[in-house]
Design a protein. Structure first.
Length: 266
């Protein structure tokens, strides 16, 4: 009996490793700090908010880079089509995807010598906080910090066009045909300085609607560009005034004004 009794008793040396192994394989408790954090309503809301804002920012940046963006009108050269400080929305598919047409209101970068060399306000004069907030707002289209470094004019002459001021009716002629510029305010002449130009390939002849107060192509013929604007400087076509609300309207290119203009001969 004694021998049988000893054979049935578990060996202490064998049970100890089993106990240790059982402790090692025990699953961790699910009640961790991370689980508690996820269950917190305020934390979950904050995480969701960050995801939404981040996705909106990325989408806005993509739209601004490839499709549309906003600008503030920096001067009165397009009165009364555009008022000073109007906010306009620009289609950036023009001209790379959609071709430029006569009468389009275009936003373009300074081709060189059109704007003052030292603007009155630069980002170097802003604090880092101001620069960061302006960048953030511009990403969502609520600010346009570089508007003062762009110009807004109407495309009058396209590549190859022969543009002359003026005929006996005091009209600008394009390829021999006079145009009745109904977008000019009553009493404004087509142009005081006379000109006779042929627009080179990939260039544009740009003029503001407020002819007496628009330093456009007519007044930059002494520059190396001869007053023409290369198409590569065009940011896009302005198609709507978005702010202020009482100025909201679509911007017309007045295709009827140019419908009888023939294609250039050369």
């Amino acid at each position: 009996m004694t021998e049988l009794g000893f054979d049935n008793q578990p060996d202490v040396a064998e049970t100890e490793p089993r106990r240790r192994r059982s402790k090692k394989t025990r699953k961790p408790s699910k009640n961790t700090w991370f689980s508690k954090l996820k269950k917190n309503v305020f934390v979950a809301f904050f995480v969701d908010l960050l995801v939404i804002v981040g996705a909106a920012l990325i989408l806005s940046l993509l739209v601004k880079t490839f499709l549309i963006r906003s600008f503030f009108v920096p001067s009165g050269s397009m009165l009364s089509t555009l008022q000073l400080q109007d906010r306009i929305i620009v289609n950036e598919l023009v001209p790379n995807v959609v071709p430029i047409q006569h009468g389009d209101v275009l936003v373009f970068r300074d081709p060189g010598g059109w704007l003052p060399a030292d603007p009155q306000f630069t980002t170097s004069e802003q604090s880092p906080l101001q620069q960061a907030s302006e960048w953030f707002l511009s990403a969502f289209g609520f600010a346009a910090p570089d508007s003062s470094q762009h110009l807004v004019k109407r495309a009058i002459g396209l590549p190859g066009d022969h543009v002359v001021c003026c005929n006996t009716k005091n009209q600008i002629t394009i390829n021999g045909v006079g145009i009745n510029e109904v977008y000019l305010d009553k009493g404004i002449e087509a142009s005081i300085p006379k000109f006779d130009v042929t627009v080179p390939a990939h260039k544009l002849w740009m003029m503001g609607d407020n002819r007496p107060s628009s330093a456009d192509s007519r007044f930059h013929t002494d520059l190396p560009s001869k007053g023409f604007v290369d198409e590569s400087y065009v940011v896009g076509r302005a198609f709507v005034i978005s702010w202020p609300i009482n100025h909201w309207r679509w911007l017309d290119n007045f295709s009827d004004v140019f419908k009888d203009v023939p294609q250039p001969k050369n």
